[in-house]
Design a protein around this ligand. Structure first.
Ligand code: CP3
Length: 343
């Protein structure tokens, strides 16, 4: 019997470097694809879509049929955790997420155990996708990181996060308690995902920008360390990708302190910064500007070549600096992926 080929993405996460890096794109499933928009009309609302394993598995697989991506990312959302912990969450069409009043910490803590059960259908989505996906393509599970999720829970919507950053100073103990609830619920959720077929676990810290170094340590570094510790304690050895988007120079602190296998870099990361992280023994992922993907053309080709030339001597996963924008032409995604993979 021949052994199934080990996905290139997983090999990169254990330190191998390739002339052509493995590639996937954040938000590769979603509104840039006409077949997603069609599927979306069949769901009552976006959250119902996420909780429906058949539809969510289909949305996860749609970009895998179109493009030679090395990995699929499960179709779900970072705001499923606050909902599973009992805070009301809904999406206003064309505007984004809205959340009801922030529950008391004791109420949130009382829901931790039940929250994992409420997220069981995401495990079902993962196992469906894993059995449909070719063995050489990896499956990524994810969760929002505690600080980013807390910003939505505190502010009640997408925002400039100044309210949440002020909360970190005005109610430090309460914030730490909320983060502790999120650490535990998130660790359990990631364990569920790994046991259901996720081979890589990604923490989306989408709002790491604008934090003072001491606050960054407290609300980003510590919770990430603690989640990974608890996931490992449960016997899960899947590699982690941590993405502290907007952290700027603090990315170096993150890369040194958090035991992830790869650090996601955003659009502003320098080639030198990426190489430093690789030299420190971690893979990196990123960081093509999603606006450049949308605009396409020879400027995009040139930047793709520069990123590969700059970073592929070390372990590197090609990705964007942030998610695919909804109005990105499919032809530009095709062109980019062809340029990266040579396929
Ligand atoms: O393809 C993938 O990347 C997997 C699926 C995925 C979604 N959301 C689907 C989605 C992932 C990984 C996320 C993560 C997520 N969700 C983040 C972190 C990454 C980032 O983009 O910063 C954040 C901050 C959210 C919260 C969220 N969900 C917002 C702010 C919005 C509204 C803005 C928007 O793009 O509409 C969502 C909705 C959402 N999540 C959609 C999708 C496909 C669009 C909903 C729709 O189809 O109507």
């Amino acid at each position: 019997m021949t052994e199934a080929p080990r996905p290139k993405l997983l090999r990169t996460l254990t330190g191998e470097a390739f002339e052509r890096p493995p590639v996937w794109f954040m938000r590769q499933a979603g509104r840039s694809l006409p077949e997603y928009r069609e599927l979306r009309t069949r769901a009552k609302d976006f959250l119902a879509f996420c909780y429906d394993p058949e539809m969510a598995a289909e949305a996860t697989l749609q970009p895998m049929r179109r493009f030679p991506f090395d990995a699929a990312i499960v179709f779900a959302d970072i705001l499923l955790i606050p909902q599973a912990l009992g805070q009301e969450v809904w999406f206003e069409a064309g505007e984004g997420p809205r959340l009801g009043p922030l529950p008391e910490v004791a109420a949130l803590a009382g829901e931790i155990e039940a929250s994992t059960g409420r997220l069981a259908s995401i495990g079902e989505t993962l196992s469906r996708v894993r059995s449909a996906l070719e063995p050489e393509r990896a499956l990524i599970g994810f969760a929002g990181a505690p600080w980013t999720v807390a910003t939505y829970m505190i502010e009640g919507r997408g925002s400039d996060r100044s309210g949440a950053r002020a909360f970190a100073y005005s109610q430090p103990e309460r914030l730490d308690q909320i983060l502790e609830v999120l650490v535990e619920a998130t660790a359990r959720y990631l364990v569920l995902q790994a046991r259901s077929g996720a081979q890589v676990l990604k923490l989306f810290e989408s709002w790491a920008e604008g934090l003072a170094e001491d606050v960054f340590q407290r609300v980003v570094v510590k919770p990430h360390q603690e989640i990974i510790r608890r996931v490992r304690a449960a016997g899960v050895d899947a590699p982690f990708i941590g993405f502290p988007r907007g952290a700027g120079a603090l990315v170096d602190i993150y890369a040194d302190a958090v035991p992830v296998q790869a650090v996601g870099l955003d659009t502003q990361a320098s080639l030198a910064q990426g190489r430093r992280i690789q030299a420190g023994g971690k893979a990196i992922q990123g960081a093509l500007d999603n606006l450049l993907l949308r605009e396409g053309g020879s400027a995009m080709d040139a930047r793709i070549d520069a990123l590969i030339e700059g970073w592929s001597p070390g372990p590197y996963i090609f990705n964007l600096g942030h998610g695919v924008l909804p109005d990105t032409p499919v032809a530009h995604i095709e062109r980019a992926v062809r340029r990266i993979t040579g396929k």
